[in-house]
Ligand binder design. Structure first.
Ligand code: AMP
Length: 631
């Protein structure tokens, strides 16, 4: 084993040699001529001149050695289905899906939007897209029509792939009416909609537009669809994420950089081996699902478990039973899920043979010490490894790379900067680098961003530069929008976002998006949404609204009715995940004299903390009203 410090140093100081070695972990059609072109900062081009294919690296190249090994293990405790697809099966299914897309005229560079529950066909769809060079854009199944419409509008897909319904906790969640409404709302109309009919929720197909997956698949049982070799920089997918402004950003990923980064992360971070099993409990609608349900494990020649269902149904032992049954080596989840399990009987953990499990990785939100300790004890001291990263980066920024050199974790810290990441803490006012121990600063990354990170924002290079690279004074660095400190040993501790983004159960939400949705209710004049600490979900959204007509809001029943109406608006526009925990009514919102909303003060009051400096507040009674409401 090499010392991690040397490994990291080399990745920065001898960047091209380092990544040229990592590039050998994947198959190329044409080898790259240049490892990194950073002649036009902050735009980095990785592995220039090379051609490769993400699906080839995830599926086809394994056929020689592991065609009959499990590749995709689909488990649904919602529909009681369990099916293992070998690499040979996966290869066949992906080609069938690719053939359907090709028959609809989808070619290299076309966008395909995937709005699906956690079913195997969603994995086939993603892999089929990258196989033919189409750019997929997966939209989380929990998003409703308005959120979906903005993504359809921005991605302008030629085809949308969807399903009749998802299911959660045994309750069918129909998708089709949300999709139809989203297409109606969007100015862009897809040519075709491919529907996987699970027979969970009846629907009426739209004539000349909707295609039935089973019927189409039957036409292409043996169609051969070769991989389309694409340039290294060809976009593989876009994935929308929230930021400060209401409009979601389409994070655009390349092909070769992403494939190399994931191929390298499997041994170095996750210690995964070909033939092993990876179980990531996220959803394909999120970045963790893209990288570690689908692409990473498959690139690494592992079997991957795709799980549809709750962690506590039929009981809180379901995940551990899968670890035992499929001899899971690497498990990846989120702190919220562990906090949910923590409320269950601890005997459910000891009931199963978990000896195959090497480590549990957790990401997406801060990992609190009680949760980390509980699960560490439950897993008999197996390593619990915190990963810090973002949709934008595609793979971890901070963690412990035990595959390079074994190191201790520290509670509350995701660890050190991962190789490839030149992380700097800077002063938010001056941009000056903070090199001392325990100084609080903004976590930034010096360019070029390593392989696998976002190339740009889909269709908006200017926004890529202005959002991420122009917000730290006097410095061209990538801004993560997270506060952090680094201790004397180089371990980072994340202290929360610097912007108006909140994190509910590991899901990133823009408060502005929720405010826009609430404001669309005819009786709402103004609203402020803040994230408030929550024991289970990390944070929840709280809304404080000013009604236009207050004459009817004289009693609790009337206020509850309006609150319920507003929640319904958010549910139908954005999805239940964005629904605020409470909507409270006030007659004024705390603002500065120049009209800026004092969100931090509102948040502090909700969390019963000191609201800090209020010298600029225009109307102090506005804050008192909030204080009274939450008392
Ligand atoms: P997303 O793009 O949805 O993955 O959200 C990224 C954001 O989630 C980061 O900017 C952090 O604010 C937060 N986050 C992700 N992982 C962690 C972690 N391990 N510890 C603390 N915060 C995290």
């Amino acid at each position: 084993m090499v010392a991690f410090a040397d490994f990291h140093r080399r990745s920065i100081e001898d960047r091209d040699a380092f990544w040229s070695e990592q590039a050998q972990l994947i198959d190329w059609q044409t080898k790259p001529q240049q490892i990194c072109d950073y002649s036009n900062p902050p735009f980095a081009k990785w592995f220039v001149g090379g051609t490769t294919n993400l699906c080839h690296n995830a599926v086809d190249r394994h056929l020689a050695d592991r065609a009959d090994q499990a590749a995709l293990i689909f488990v649904s405790t919602e529909t009681d289905q369990e099916h293992t697809y070998t690499y040979r099966d996966l290869h066949a299914e992906v080609q069938r899906m690719a053939a359907i897309l090709k028959a609809q005229g989808v070619t290299k560079g076309d966008r395909v939007l995937i709005y699906m529950p956690m079913i195997a066909e969603a994995a086939f769809a993603m892999l089929a897209c990258v196989r033919i060079g189409a750019i997929h854009s997966v939209v989380f199944g929990g998003f409703a029509s308005h959120s979906l419409a903005t993504r359809i509008e921005d991605a302008t897909p030629k085809v949308i792939i969807s399903a009749d319904a998802g299911s959660r906790g045994g309750k069918v969640i129909p998708y089709k009416h949300l999709l139809d409404e989203a297409i109606r709302l969007s100015s862009h109309k897809p040519g075709k909609v491919l529907m996987v009919d699970r027979k969970l929720a009846p629907f009426t197909p739209v004539a000349d537009r909707d295609l039935d997956y089973a019927t189409e698949r039957a036409q292409h049982m043996d169609t051969v669809v070769p991989c389309e070799w694409v340039e290294s920089t060809h976009p593989s997918y876009t994935l929308y994420t929230s930021g400060t402004t209401g409009k979601p950003k389409g994070v655009q990923r390349d092909t070769a950089g992403y494939t190399v980064a994931l191929a390298s992360s499997i041994p170095h971070i996750y210690q995964g081996k070909p033939g092993g099993t990876f179980f990531c409990t996220s959803d394909i609608g999120w970045v963790v699902g893209h990288s570690y349900i689908i692409y990473g494990p498959l690139i690494g020649g592992m079997a991957t478990i795709m799980y549809e269902g709750l962690p506590i149904r039929p009981d809180g032992g379901i995940w551990w039973s899968l670890v035992e049954k499929y001899k899971v080596n690497v498990m990846f989840s989120a702190p919220t899920a562990i906090r949910v399990l923590k409320k269950q009987d601890p005997a459910l953990l000891s009931k199963y043979d978990l000896s195959s499990l090497q480590a549990l990785f957790l990401a997406g939100e801060p990992l609190d010490e009680p949760t980390a300790k509980w699960i560490s004890e439950g897993l008999n001291g197996k390593p619990i490894i915190d990963n810090y990263w973002q949709t934008e980066t595609g793979w971890p920024i901070l963690t412990i790379c035990n595959g390079v050199e074994k190191a201790e974790s520290k509670f509350g810290s995701p660890g050190k900067a991962v190789y490839g990441y030149n992380v700097k803490l800077v002063d938010d006012q001056t941009g000056e680098e903070l090199t001392g121990a325990n100084q609080k600063g903004v976590l930034t990354i010096e360019g070029p961003l390593p392989p696998g990170n976002l190339q740009t924002i889909w269709g908006d290079d200017k926004r890529f530069v202005s959002t991420y690279w122009s917000t730290v004074p006097n410095k061209l660095v990538y801004n993560t929008f997270d506060w952090a400190v680094r201790d004397e040993d180089g371990y980072f501790f994340i202290l929360g976002r610097t912007d108006d983004v909140i994190n509910v159960a590991g899901h990133r939400l823009g408060t502005r998006e929720i405010e826009e949705s609430i404001s669309s209710h005819p009786n709402i004049a103004e609203v402020a949404v803040v994230g408030v600490a929550d024991q289970l979900k990390g944070q929840v959204a709280m809304a404080f609204a000013i009604a236009k007509d207050t004459s009817g809001l004289t009693d609790d029943a009337a206020r509850s009715k309006l609150e319920a109406e507003i929640m319904k608006v958010v549910d139908t526009q954005l999805g239940a995940l964005a629904r605020p925990a409470r909507v409270m009514f006030v007659t004024a919102l705390p603002k500065t004299r120049s009209g800026k909303l004092l969100r931090r003060a509102i948040q502090a009051v909700c969390e019963k903390r000191d609201p800090g400096d209020l010298t600029t507040i225009d109307d102090p009674t506005a804050l008192t009203q909030i204080q009274d409401q939450i008392a």
